[in-house]
Design a protein around this ligand. Structure first.
Ligand code: CO
Length: 140
């Protein structure tokens, strides 16, 4: 049921500084505009790679869930990995049936790609916060 690796989420205290790192040090050439997702409490910026993306995330607002992460990791760090799934509700039901804790009470939210996502608690995923994202439907 697990599909493609869609992106790796990287928390940063400054998207601008991280963009400079990916662009100037690593040589990334396709970097999107920074945009806010206030309901998630994050600023987001995608760095496009040939086979995947890096999702840079910076706290947005005082209630940002990233704040405690950055208190523990002041320089930023790898925050989550995101895999695509065909059907987010089926994936959620499957995770819960297998005893995993799905954040937000199991309710999918619209993620940065405009498709529904869920997060599975790291305690059930070998210490990794896992985002599952419904594969964007391609126009036919
Ligand atoms: Co993500």
């Amino acid at each position: 049921m697990i599909g493609k690796l869609n992106h790796v989420g990287v928390a940063t205290p400054s998207i601008e500084q991280s963009v400079a790192l990916y662009r100037d040090v690593l040589g990334a050439t396709k970097i999107g505009e920074k945009f806010a997702m206030p309901e998630q409490g994050v600023w987001v910026c995608f760095v496009d790679l040939p086979n995947s993306q890096i999702e840079l995330i910076e706290p947005h607002g005082d209630a940002s869930p990233l704040k405690s992460f950055l208190e523990k990791n002041p320089a930023g760090g790898q925050h989550h990995i995101c895999f695509e799934v065909e059907d987010i509700e089926a994936a959620r039901d499957d995770m819960q049936a297998k005893g995993a804790t799905v954040l937000n009470g199991g309710k999918p939210r619209i993620g940065a790609h405009g498709t529904p996502v869920i997060f599975v608690h790291p305690k059930n995923m070998g210490g990794v916060l896992v985002e599952l994202m419904e594969t964007p439907k391609k126009a036919h």
